[in-house]
Design a protein around this ligand. Structure first.
Ligand SMILES: [Zn+2]
Length: 313
């Protein structure tokens, strides 16, 4: 369902721009430009051949090849800055419109959270997936909630955490990074494997995934901190304790891994030890700490609460 907020609220704001992710995105973008050259190099002769066989004039070939090569980069940047993206994600996850009673529960939760932060930016759209598990995810300006979560009584704290992703650059950055790559995002069979790896941009994501994962792990803590600012710190800690902790498994070389979530135990720890200062509850720009300067990583897996679903983290 579409919110009533004006579209201009969803254009990137100066407060969302932080040096850490900007550097990561710029590095990834530069590497992806090389994949753009590969796509252009492959598309040009293929298009030329098709146009020639069809007996058509070949004048649009270069423009089309440039579009195939570098269009994804332009689309990614537009997604970073403008309120774009999310529709396909909703289709892929099987999202549906909320029912009337789900909408009422959601609106109650939003009303409660808005009391703590009057400047709260609601999701551009939200939808429900019919899963009994308790989960939520943010991507671009979209929010996904599972039916199980809405029915669980834990909606407020989890929603507060996801709003942390949606009121910062996290949601848009997740979508923008995902859009830097193109299909085929999965490895092809020999002899196309290497070509697919280079042309899709997966090669750059492989290079950048460790720094991106490190970045996304810091953003989970920041979203938790945001939830605490909205008065949901303790409730979120309880949710993590009862619903997320059991899914944690040891991760060998965690700091090198593409794992975009910190350990649940550490999140609970911080939520209990970092109660918000009284003045932090006052409305105003979100004081999330600046992202660490480092390179980007993480797959398109962006902000999701427990284990990421299809495309959120
Ligand atoms: Zn999250």
């Amino acid at each position: 369902m579409t919110t009533t907020s004006p579209t201009s609220r969803y254009v990137i704001s100066a407060e969302e721009i932080r040096p850490g992710w900007t550097l990561l995105y710029a590095c990834t973008f530069a590497l992806q430009a090389l994949s753009g050259v590969v796509r252009w190099f492959l598309a040009y002769p293929a298009l030329w051949l098709v146009f020639t066989i069809l007996g058509k004039s070949t004048w649009p070939v270069n423009s089309l090849a440039l579009l195939i090569g570098f269009g994804p980069l332009a689309l990614s940047f537009a997604t970073l800055v403008l309120p774009l993206g999310g529709w396909l994600w909703r289709q892929q996850t099987g999202g549906r419109m909320p029912s009337e009673r789900e909408r009422l529960i959601y609106e109650d939760a939003m009303a409660l959270l808005t009391q703590a932060e009057t400047d709260l930016r609601p999701p551009r759209q939200w939808f429900v997936i019919d899963e009994p598990s308790l989960n939520a995810a943010a991507y671009a300006g979209f929010l996904m909630l599972t039916r199980g979560l809405i029915e669980s009584g834990f909606l407020e704290p989890v929603l507060a955490h996801e709003l942390g992703h949606l009121n910062t650059s996290d949601g848009r950055l997740t979508a923008a990074v995902h859009r830097l790559t193109t299909p085929p995002r999965k490895p092809l069979r020999f002899p196309l494997r290497t070509l697919g790896f280079l042309a899709s941009g997966e090669v750059a994501m492989r290079v950048m995934r460790t720094p991106w994962a490190a970045y996304w792990r810091t953003r989970e803590f920041a979203a938790d901190q945001y939830a605490a600012r909205l008065g949901q710190g303790e409730a979120l800690a309880r949710f993590l304790d009862t619903n997320a902790l059991e899914h944690d498994l040891p991760i060998p070389f965690a700091w090198l891994s593409p794992h975009a979530h910190p350990s649940t135990e550490h999140r609970i720890d911080r939520l209990y030890t970092q109660e918000p200062a009284p003045d932090a509850l006052a409305p105003g720009p979100e004081p999330v700490k600046p992202a660490p300067a480092g390179p980007p990583s993480a797959g398109p897996a962006g902000p999701a609460l427990t284990e990421p679903g299809p495309s959120a983290g």
